[in-house]
Design a protein around this ligand. Structure first.
Ligand code: HEM
Length: 210
């Protein structure tokens, strides 16, 4: 992998955020800047979740193992955008009034679903470092990180519920289709690996021929 690849991807991931900050300082976020900020950070969270889910299929299909090195960074960017999303909502919609935020989470189901996705994403972000992987053990770490599918589903439900009020599902269906294809690929890959006849290991072959 080219040494500039990682810093380049890092900068690319920051472009949407930089664009929002620039828009905020130059009056470029439309008539309702708070709504624009909340919605676009929500969109970017869902996009990063889709991008993270696409890494393994792309790595396998394109036979480019180096892609795996970007997964952690992309996952942490999903977390970064959801934190900005949550902070934008807490600040611009709720004036950082914690009791009011708690009431709103309990009262509006679509907020509760989004908040649950955020809570579930937190341990994944917190255990994305090598020390955590070692401490948990690879197997437990992998099981924990399968939560990303639940998070993708909850993010989608949150989006669907929010758009249900407006009866506008076009974008929701696009994300649903992308996530369904990515999940479908994993299931297909898992099933075909299970079905494939196991080739005996070299050690077994030696024993058999002896
Ligand atoms: C993984 C977690 C989350 C994802 C993937 C996500 C994603 C989204 C998406 C895609 C939108 C719609 C943007 C659009 O209309 O273009 C949205 C809107 C919104 N989300 Fe989230 N979100 C998450 C977590 C949260 C959390 C934790 C909260 C607050 C506790 C929250 C509050 C909101 C609000 C207030 C809106 C805007 C509603 C409106 O304008 O009517 N979301 N979110």
């Amino acid at each position: 992998m080219h040494p500039a690849a990682k810093p380049l991807v890092f900068v690319l991931c920051l472009v949407p955020f930089a664009w929002l900050v620039y828009g905020a300082f130059t009056d470029g976020l439309g008539a309702n800047p708070a709504e624009y900020l909340i919605r676009s950070t929500g969109d970017w969270t869902l996009r990063f979740i889709c991008i993270v889910l696409a890494v393994t299929p792309l790595r396998v299909i394109a036979k480019t193992n180096a892609l795996a090195r970007f997964r952690r960074m992309l996952g942490l960017f999903a977390y970064f955008y959801v934190v900005v999303h949550l902070l934008s909502y807490s600040w611009f919609d709720m004036g950082f009034d914690i009791p009011e935020i708690a009431k709103d989470i309990a009262k509006r189901p679509f907020i509760l679903v989004g908040f649950t996705a955020f809570v579930l994403l937190t341990p994944l972000a917190a255990t994305s470092f090598n020390r955590a992987i070692k401490a948990l053990g690879a197997k437990r770490w992998q099981t924990l990180h399968k939560l990303v599918y639940v998070i993708a589903g909850l993010g989608l439900l949150h989006f669907f519920w929010m758009r249900a009020g407006k009866n506008d599902f076009a974008e929701v269906f696009v994300y649903a289709a992308i996530i369904a294809v990515l999940l479908g690929w994993r299931i297909w890959n898992f099933v075909s690996k299970k079905r494939a006849p196991q080739r005996p290991s070299p050690a077994t072959r030696v024993q058999r021929s002896a």
